[in-house]
Design a protein around this ligand. Structure first.
Ligand code: ADP
Ligand code: ZN
Ligand code: ZN
Length: 746
């Protein structure tokens, strides 16, 4: 085909212009342009010069050829592969965003960052010649600097110029002279900025797989070799050897000359994973995350593209590693909410992974001890392939988990945050000089109201999620459907007066613990104490080094590091995450409690975990206590079905933000009206509008409308429609709309 015309997508933030335009291709550019090339084009009535990406070519157009505008030039920087361009189009459609936003996410921050050039020197003499020359120069004082250079070359015949000047303590002039004498030569080398120090690691070899791992590996290996586009759900308790399975599966990927992506839920876990992988695979392991310097990130991107890296490890954005041939994509801890982007485009890494895997014809491996209900549902219905690891890979010491009913504590007159059992257990553990984690599963803004005497929680009848308590007007409000009732003074269930808003912060807990265990050294880990680059790691390192006896923290303490001296974990108030105003509350609680209790007894001493709760009969608590995922799932799936939540319905949230509250509320109602008109038998359910959980941030009021539908497609169509309505509505530009498909609150 002659590349006469090109379809170009422009990188512009105005949504209505986010479509494809056709431009003429000047003959001179035809040979060099390809799909994904970046070009400069005249645009609009004023022929403003902007950049665009080539999506495809054609030989004919269906409009007046005299109206055709021509591409002006091709940018030198490498364009992106057609695969990633296609992926951007997929993201634009699936997450109802602009091409600019999708491309911005896909590409490294500045694709035109210059490669870092560095001068190197290379010896032109072999070892014997070098030694010879050193001997000759030995007694001549003025040749002393040259002799030092030769000495360095002897060990490092290929070395950066800066380094040899430093080590030999010579000026550049000396080196230049030696270059003239053909002792060595200059070389312009592109140095690689690696984010880790290869030499700091040991090496490791494959462990002989146990029976379960072997079965898992057989299935995954077959998929890799036969290039099956399957999604595996590897459900295995912590310590069952999932990571070992990942590594041995990747070995198979490398054997067939392909690359692999390994995603982890958060940056803080990167060093641990990188260590294990580098020890096994060496320098083909790459790392990608937002804390790398721009240069490092660009180098990782480039090395992946050139095929010098084969394994990319990192949080969410590692999914965009520009590998030419992917053989396996892994999501570790696939249930984590961090896989969903909170910034537009609000993509889910699992969905992007599955899309890329389809392109590359390779399997996806989702791993978790507590899979997302939606994933397990897909596995049971055959859409994913389920693999279960039920055994611990190493013989670990036993873990004893118990729950304490806090209602009984109150009856006994104990109003403190520690039950008698937990208090005694802490005391005993301190005596044995073992360590303790106290976990406060505070999630976002849990401000529900419950009865301390009977455990009753005030919930919305329509949505079966807990009401949010609003202090300013003493009302209880459902943030899905906006129903509200006055704050209650008396428990509707038992008549007691012990109904209160629930909530306690880590700081308060810390003060209390320090007071009653004044001898103990206490560390606190929450968003306030973990700021800065290594805040998180610093605290965990300190605790691991046994510099403290008790670690108090939010969900950050649930993951990462392996503490072998922790023999007691206390969950202070399991209910705290159980009744946030979110349909995933039970699931999140089960995940967190399971994860954190599992931190006890990881060493050679037996572990104990105590879960304090006002609702010990709740299936999330009971299942976590018994480490019984299936029991949790069977209960949760019934609730989801009954109430019409995922995986049975798709959901979309429309957040509207404005500084003018009155206008905002009216706008929300107008939008809702428009939606109702649009709906007409499309089977859409509109909830709200109601104030968002965070109803006011920095003088911006925030309201939200939830929409449920049977199909995802119905929602994307609706999202497009909404953007159009909004563009027409908002003449004054004082409001802002954010749409989130399948929102995951964290
Ligand atoms: P997970 O990722 O499921 O938590 P890991 O892969 O980290 O589990 O394994 C947990 C521990 O068991 C690690 O210390 C690992 O080295 C060890 N392990 C894993 N597989 C085996 C095996 N086949 N034989 C012996 N030890 C193993
Ligand atoms: Zn409701
Ligand atoms: Zn009560």
């Amino acid at each position: 085909m002659i590349k006469k015309y090109a379809q170009i997508i422009i990188s512009i933030s105005v949504k209505s212009l986010d479509r494809i335009f056709t431009y003429g291709v000047p003959e001179t550019l035809r040979p060099s342009l390809g799909i994904g090339s970046i070009v400069e084009i005249p645009f609009g009535a004023g022929n403003r010069i902007i950049r665009g990406y080539i999506l495809g070519f054609c030989e004919e157009i269906d409009f007046d050829p005299t109206k055709v505008k021509y591409i002006l030039k091709q940018y030198e920087e490498v364009g992106i592969e057609s695969e990633l361009l296609e992926l951007a189009v997929f993201m634009k459609n699936r997450y109802v965003t602009t091409m600019q936003s999708a491309l911005g996410t896909l590409l490294p921050s500045r694709p035109n960052v210059r490669k870092k050039e560095e001068k190197w020197v290379r010896s032109l003499m072999d070892q014997d010649q070098l030694l010879d020359m050193m001997r000759t120069l030995k007694d001549k004082k003025i040749y002393e600097p040259r002799r030092r250079v030769l000495e360095v070359l002897l060990v490092k015949p290929h070395i950066p110029l800066k380094e040899i000047m430093e080590e030999a303590d010579v000026s550049r002039g000396i080196i230049s002279t030696m270059v003239k004498h053909l002792i060595l030569e200059f070389e312009t080398n592109i140095s690689i900025r690696m984010p880790y120090d290869l030499e700091a690691y040991d090496t490791s070899i494959n462990l002989a797989p146990n029976k379960e791992q072997d079965k898992a590996l057989t299935q995954i290996t077959q998929s890799i070799q036969q290039r099956e586009n399957k999604v595996f759900l590897l459900h295995g308790i912590t310590g069952s050897g999932k990571t070992e399975v990942y590594m041995q599966a990747i070995e198979q990927v490398l054997k067939v000359g392909q690359s692999a992506i390994v995603m982890i839920p958060e940056i803080a876990l990167t060093p641990l994973m990188v260590k294990r992988f580098v020890e096994r695979f060496g320098e083909v392991v790459g790392v990608m995350h937002s804390r790398l310097s721009e240069g490092e990130r660009f180098d990782q991107w480039r090395l992946a593209k050139e095929g010098r890296l084969k394994i990319m490890i990192g949080p969410r954005s590692a999914i965009f590693a520009p590998f030419e041939k992917i053989g396996l994509i892994i999501l570790d801890e696939e249930h984590e909410t961090s896989y969903k982007s909170e910034m537009p485009p609000k993509y889910h890494a699992r969905e992007v992974a599955i899309y890329r895997a389809r392109y590359h014809m390779c399997p996806v491996l989702l791993g978790s001890a507590t899979p997302l209900v939606e994933s397990y549902y897909k596995a049971l219905s055959g859409k994913y392939t389920l693999i279960e690891l039920d055994q611990k890979a190493e013989a670990l010491s036993p873990l004893e988990v118990e729950t304490v009913d806090m209602r009984k504590e109150l009856e006994k007159g104990n109003t403190s945050i520690l039950s008698h059992e937990l208090y005694e257990a802490i005391k005993a553990t301190l005596l044995k000089k073992e360590q303790i984690i106290l976990f406060l599963n505070r999630r976002g803004h849990s401000n529900f109201v419950s009865c301390r005497l009977c455990g009753y929680v005030l919930k919305c009848n329509h949505c079966d999620v807990a009401y949010n308590y609003h202090k300013y007007n003493h009302k209880l409000q459902c943030h899905y459907c906006n129903e509200s009732i006055p704050m209650v003074q008396i428990c509707p269930s038992c008549g007691s007066k012990h109904v209160k808003a629930f909530g306690i912060g880590t700081q308060k807990v810390e003060a209390y613990i320090k007071e009653i265990f004044s001898e103990a050294k206490v560390l606190r880990m929450d968003y306030d104490t973990t700021t800065g680059k290594d805040g998180h790691k610093r605290i965990l390192d300190q605790f691991e080094a046994k510099e403290a006896d008790i670690l108090i923290g939010t969900q950050m303490v649930a993951k990462g590091h392996h503490f072998n001296n922790v023999t007691l974990v206390g969950v202070l108030a399991a209910d705290m995450s159980l009744y946030v105003n979110d349909f995933r509350a039970s699931e999140k609680t089960f995940q967190l409690v399971t994860q954190v209790t599992g931190r006890s007894g990881r060493g050679d001493k037996a572990g104990r975990a105590i879960i304090q709760t006002y609702t010990p009969d709740h299936y999330s608590i009971m299942s976590a206590q018994n480490q019984d995922y299936k029991n949790f799932y069977n209960n949760e799936i019934q609730y989801r079905k009954l109430m019409g939540y995922a995986p049975f319905k798709e959901m979309m949230s429309v957040l509207i933000i404005s500084t003018d509250e009155k206008y905002l509320i009216q706008l929300c109602h107008r939008i809702k009206e428009q939606l109702s008109i649009y709906d007409q038998n499309k089977g859409i359910e509109i909830l709200g509008p109601s104030p968002a959980t965070l109803s006011k941030i920095r003088n911006n009021f925030r309201w939200v409308i939830y929409i449920k539908a049977d199909s995802y497609k119905a929602l994307t169509a609706l999202a497009n429609h909404l953007y159009n309505i909004n563009e027409q509505e908002d003449h004054r530009h004082i409001s802002h709309m954010q749409i989130d498909l399948n929102p995951m609150m964290s």
